[in-house]
Design a binder for this molecule. Structure first.
Ligand code: NI
Ligand code: MN
Length: 229
């Protein structure tokens, strides 16, 4: 299985079950390295309504027919805008043709900028994804929270994608603590360096993680990581 980092919090998971795009913020993303038209996902997972996460999801869905999976309020909004969506909510899981998806809590906001007016789209989320027998956790935008231990206890995580940018989400120290609670085999930091306000040194995050438990993989936008162990 290939994990492609598209920059910021955007990832593409390519497996034998299909292609999953997460938080596809390409247009306007200074760290993006791909073109929106090159993305042909089967499913698009969107954690919340902020522009740097919903990104190009609606247009990609309209163009390709890809199913947007999101919390109910956000899924309803994108459906009204012509996208193809499936609503879920925190704690709920469902098997899709491209993989199993379960929504987790995330401590953040979910305002959507609807042509200048702010529309609130319910609770933001994180995603647990089960494909090819592997468990992947994309935390979305969130603070550190104690129930990350519960997630780590319930699911043997192979890969965790965690924000380290600080200011809007966990910073490196909290993300290192989150890694300790989640105990994934591998962690990839995300949501940093896109703008000055979230500039971080991922190597500093790396030194704070107990690498006997979790390997830190720092990948640059445009690079792939092969999840094959
Ligand atoms: Ni956000
Ligand atoms: Mn964000």
């Amino acid at each position: 299985m290939k994990i492609k980092y598209l920059g910021h919090s955007a990832f593409m998971i390519e497996s034998s079950e299909g292609t999953i795009l997460i938080d596809p913020f390409i247009t306007g993303n200074p760290s993006a390295t791909c073109e929106v038209r090159d993305l042909k996902p089967d499913g698009i997972l969107v954690t919340h309504g902020h522009g740097d996460h919903i990104g190009d999801a609606i247009n990609i869905s309209k163009e390709t027919g890809a199913l947007i999976v999101a919390p109910f309020e956000l899924a309803t909004l994108v459906q009204k805008k012509g996208a193809n969506s499936h609503p879920m909510h925190i704690g709920g899981g469902r098997k899709f043709p491209f993989g199993y998806v379960k929504l987790t809590q995330a401590f953040h906001g979910s305002g959507f900028d609807d042509e200048g007016s702010m529309v609130y789209t319910g609770q933001p989320c994180g995603f647990l994804i089960h494909v090819e027998g592997k468990w992947i956790y994309h935390a979305g935008d969130t603070a550190l929270f104690g129930d990350m231990k519960l997630i780590g206890d319930r699911f043997p995580l192979d890969l965790a994608l965690l924000p380290i940018g600080d200011n809007f989400t966990m910073g490196p120290e909290d993300a290192a603590y989150a890694t300790k609670l989640l105990r994934p085999k591998v962690v990839i930091p995300m949501h940093y360096d896109t703008w000055e306000v979230i500039a971080q040194d991922p190597e500093a995050f790396s030194t704070m993680v107990d690498q006997a438990v979790t390997k830190v993989e720092i990948i640059n936008p445009g690079e792939d990581y092969s999840l094959n162990f």
